[in-house]
Design a protein around this ligand. Structure first.
Ligand code: FAD
Length: 303
């Protein structure tokens, strides 16, 4: 894909979305690129259920509802998901933004990558990335009906998955590396079908034709204890180990993890930065100050 627009916005967290809503409302030519498969940034990835009380004009709103609200003002024709931007450079007054497979040309680029792109933490076993049946997020459980499923993780979402899936399949395993869950164990109290393995860790996966066929788990033992392994045949392995943030360094001036900007939010040439990603004196990493930066930049660019 090769696209030309006036403005490329990189990162669809709350601040990138808010700026997009301003361009949308003014009927401007822009594209919003997001590395993950959903918009919302930290609000969706880290604290979807938290009440936000410090956005002017909104009394109290859950983080996920704020994202739904600001997203509703953006046309999804202008949002491209799964576009991890790897480089942004200006050549002959044109900004060129590249992902692994695509290249975008624009007058301006606005970086709103916040704290970076959250990737699911992997299981950490051999050749894991090759298996098509190892999943890290789930939108729907129904395809798991009567499947053999091994779930790894001990937080609230792993327990929610275990409860819901064990109602669909009586061959559901939950594996956690400690004797106690981080999440609320009450969630699975009545999940009588669920086979719980504590404290176990994944050891290896047996692959065939790009699919995990079984997973071997080994008990976390103290000195002197006998080693114990269990082989679990699987149709799917679900991993819920949380996320790790990754930050793509662009060819710009940094102050630690953040990109330095001048009083006009400019980093270099026609490349600007707003939201958590930018650094200047007394910068506040909150939604309202980020939205103020978006308002200021919208007026400045005046395209
Ligand atoms: C626990 C917690 C609670 C908070 N509570 C509040 C609160 O109550 N009120 C408040 O005002 N603020 C709060 N904050 C701060 C607020 O979440 C941040 O200020 C806000 O998320 C910044 O938005 P952003 O759009 O700049 O970045 P982010 O939210 O980090 O979004 C960045 C987006 O860019 C994407 N991205 C990253 N790299 C790339 C790339 N290379 N290519 C394409 N896309 C990329 C990411 O996937 C992400 O979607 C809280 C923060 C935390 C951690």
């Amino acid at each position: 894909m090769n696209r030309n627009v006036d403005v490329i916005i990189v990162g669809a967290g709350p601040i990138g979305l808010y700026l997009a809503s301003l361009f949308e409302n003014a009927n401007k030519s822009y594209l919003l690129l997001e590395a993950s498969d959903h918009v919302g940034g930290q609000l969706v990835n880290l604290y979807p259920e938290k009440d936000i009380v410090d956005i002017p004009g909104i009394e109290c709103i859950k983080a996920k509802d704020y994202i739904a609200l600001v997203s509703s003002k953006v046309s999804f024709d202008h949002v491209l998901l799964n576009q991890n931007v790897l480089s942004i450079d200006e050549i002959n007054n044109e900004v060129i933004t590249k992902t692994k497979d695509n290249e975008f040309h624009s007058k301006y680029a606005v970086i709103s990558v916040g704290l970076g792109f959250s990737k699911p933490r992997p299981l950490g076993v051999n050749n894991e990335e090759e298996a098509k049946n190892i999943l890290y997020s789930l939108k729907d459980f129904t395809f798991l009906k009567d499947k053999r499923v091994a779930i790894f993780g001990g937080g609230d979402s792993a327990l929610d998955w275990a409860k819901a899936i064990s109602e669909l399949s009586d061959d559901t395993h939950l594996i956690h590396r400690r004797l106690e869950f981080r999440g609320n164990p009450e969630t699975i109290k009545n999940s009588h079908n669920l086979k719980v393995h504590l404290p176990y860790v994944p050891k290896e996966i047996d692959f065939k034709d790009g699919l995990a066929r079984s997973v071997t788990i080994s008990k976390v033992i103290s000195e002197g204890e006998k080693e114990e392994e269990i082989i679990i045949p699987v149709d799917y392995i679900l991993v819920n180990y949380g996320n790790v943030p990754t930050n793509t360094p662009f060819n710009l001036d940094y102050d630690g993890n953040f990109i330095k900007v001048d009083e006009n939010l400019r980093s270099k040439g026609n490349i600007y930065v707003i939201g958590d990603a930018c650094s200047y004196e007394n910068k506040k990493r909150r939604i309202a100050p980020g939205n103020n930066e978006a308002d200021k930049l919208f007026k400045l660019l005046a395209i």
